[in-house]
Design a protein around this ligand. Structure first.
Ligand code: NAG
Ligand code: NAG
Ligand code: NAG
Ligand code: NAG
Ligand code: NAG
Ligand code: NAG
Ligand code: NAG
Length: 470
């Protein structure tokens, strides 16, 4: 920036005495022009940028490229550069107008204080803003005609996503305890498909309070944009938070309403979540916020042969079942019961319309906030039990179900128990689903099929994973 010698190291400036306002403005104008020309020529579409519309510009640019850059990369780059060029254009216009104005009243000496303010707020600040924006453009590096480095970075415009996705090298390229030189922060590939939603979600100020939009986050996660890249803002809490009930009470007591942030739920308290309420905002588990009814589950015989009792299932392997997973939708009642048997159960929870995760945690149990897309965060052959109810029904795609079942098989230990609890599907799909369950050749301890309606059936089963000596 030749001629802007009055910009000092702190980014502030002081106007040189004796330098006439007009001259300063002219110099700035020149500076802006130089900058804008260099920006444009850097990407080789200066003239195109000036004289053709954005659509044409994209075509021009795509046509000119010799590489196999992903369409999105180039578009993101284009958008970003155009944004900077727009800013510089606006600045230029402003300076030109000001110059004309000054020429009109040549006589007046001008008010230097006002000038200073004007130059600081209206000229220098936008100029440095444009400059920073320009410096943040990460041009894809090309090696032998292909994009090197991480191609995903260039799929996004929002700076914070790019910050997150960019691999972070260790200091001095030292090898870390994992034996790698850099850390890759990952996102789900469907983040690219859901780019609009993600960019909205990622439009936040680092270190300040997050927007109250976990429901948008959840929507993205369910759509496969998982894990999410927002990590650097402060989450909002409920207005008050009283200490949770002690564990001897918390398991079977609905938490204090104040300990939940209700903003994004239809209900605003726990009493609203009862099954009789048509407007409770969720539909999956019938009575799971009514502790009186929850207390009967898995301990009292029901009229149908598909409801097994916890005591009976544990009796299959006395003392052997210690850790497990409950995969379903609910408030943690299964884990609460198992805790009384000294079994530690982690409960999966997605907050579909009600505070499932919060409730499970406030009951003194462990919620695992995970969607069906995710590989379970457990190592191979580790869990004694997987129980599933309520989530995983005959709506699920067979291939999707296969991926899930194989993952469960992976984490179950030899001799571990898979308890399928009231899985239901339509009669015509029954054989397909049965095949999926039986393909692993587990030992059948319990197996019960029961009509749900004329067209649907229930299946409950307790199966044991064999030892595979391979
Ligand atoms: C210049 O303008 C500012 C505010 O606009 C005013 O406070 C100041 O007195 C003016 N100075 C002169 C020398 O006119
Ligand atoms: C690029 O191509 C040259 C010659 O084909 C080769 O020697 C070089 O290793 C390539 N570089 C990369 C990064 O692939
Ligand atoms: C829970 O335990 C505390 C102390 O350990 C005791 O004072 C309290 O009465 C217990 N509550 C119930 C409901 O058992
Ligand atoms: C929540 O806990 C606080 C403090 O113990 C109590 O004052 C308040 O009444 C409780 N609210 C409900 C709805 O139980
Ligand atoms: C719970 O919320 C409902 C409306 O959602 C309200 O009518 C009811 O009075 C609330 N109950 C309590 C105990 O705050
Ligand atoms: C449940 O029913 C079975 C037989 O149908 C019986 O053996 C068992 O004792 C009953 N258990 C309970 C808790 O009622
Ligand atoms: C659970 O463990 C406690 C303490 O070790 C023991 O007193 C209790 O009998 C155990 N409960 C069951 C159901 O095994």
């Amino acid at each position: 920036m030749d001629g802007s010698g009055n910009v000092n190291g702190n980014g502030t400036y002081g106007r040189k005495s004796g330098l006439k306002g007009g001259m300063a403005c002219l110099r700035l104008l020149l500076c802006a022009l130089v900058l804008s020309v260099s920006v444009s020529s850097l990407f080789g579409f200066h003239y195109a940028g000036r004289f053709i519309h954005k659509e044409d510009l994209c075509r021009y640019y795509y046509g000119a490229q010799r590489t196999d850059l992903h369409e999105l990369d180039v578009k993101a780059l284009n958008d970003r550069v155009l944004e900077v060029l727009d800013k510089l254009d606006a600045l230029q216009e402003k300076l030109e107008n000001k110059l004309q104005e000054m020429e009109k009243d040549k006589g007046g000496p001008g008010n230097s204080t006002e000038y200073k303010r004007y130059l600081a707020d209206e000229v220098m600040r936008p100029l440095s803003g444009a400059h920073i924006a320009l410096r943040q453009v990460r041009i894809p590096r090309l090696e032998n005609g292909t994009v090197s480095g991480d191609p995903l970075v260039n799929s996004f415009v929002a700076e914070e996503i790019r910050n997150y996705v960019t691999p972070k090298g260790n200091r001095e390229m030292k090898v870390n305890l994992y034996g790698s030189k850099r850390v890759y922060s990952t996102i789900g590939h469907a983040c690219v498909v859901n780019r609009k939603g993600l960019e909205r979600y990622m439009d936040y100020e680092v270190s300040s309070y997050c927007k109250d939009d976990w429901n948008l986050a959840q929507k993205l996660m369910i759509s496969g944009c998982d894990p999410l890249p927002r990590r650097r803002c402060l989450t909002r809490g409920p207005k008050a938070y009283y200490k949770p009930y002690a564990i001897n009470e918390s398991l079977w007591k609905l938490p204090n309403d104040s300990n939940v942030r209700w903003n994004n739920y239809q209900c605003k308290n726990f009493s609203c979540l009862v099954s009789g309420n048509q407007k409770r905002g969720y539909f999956k588990c019938m009575d799971c916020f009514e502790m009186k009814k929850e207390k009967l589950r898995w301990v009292v015989n029901t009229s149908v042969p598909i409801d097994f009792l916890i005591a009976d299932v544990l009796a299959i392997k006395p003392g052997e079942i210690r850790v497990g997973l409950d995969f379903g939708i609910g408030t943690g009642t299964f884990a609460a019961r198992m805790r009384e048997h000294n079994v530690t159960i982690i409960t999966t929870a997605v907050n579909l319309g009600a505070p499932f995760s919060e409730t499970i945690a406030l009951r003194g149990l462990l919620p695992l906030y995970i969607t069906l897309n995710q590989r379970l965060p457990f190592f191979d052959n580790t869990l004694d039990l997987i129980h599933t109810s309520g989530f995983f029904d005959g709506w699920i795609d067979l291939l999707q179900m296969d991926f899930v079942l194989f993952d469960w098989d992976r984490v179950l230990r030899p001799g571990g128990i898979l308890w399928i609890d009231r899985f239901f599907c339509s009669r015509k799909d029954q054989d397909d689903y049965m095949y999926l369950f039986l393909q692993f050749r587990y030992k059948k301890h319990k197996w019960s099929v029961y009509p749900k309606s004329d067209t649907q059936v229930y299946l409950s089963a307790v199966l044991e994973k064999p030892l595979r000596k391979v």
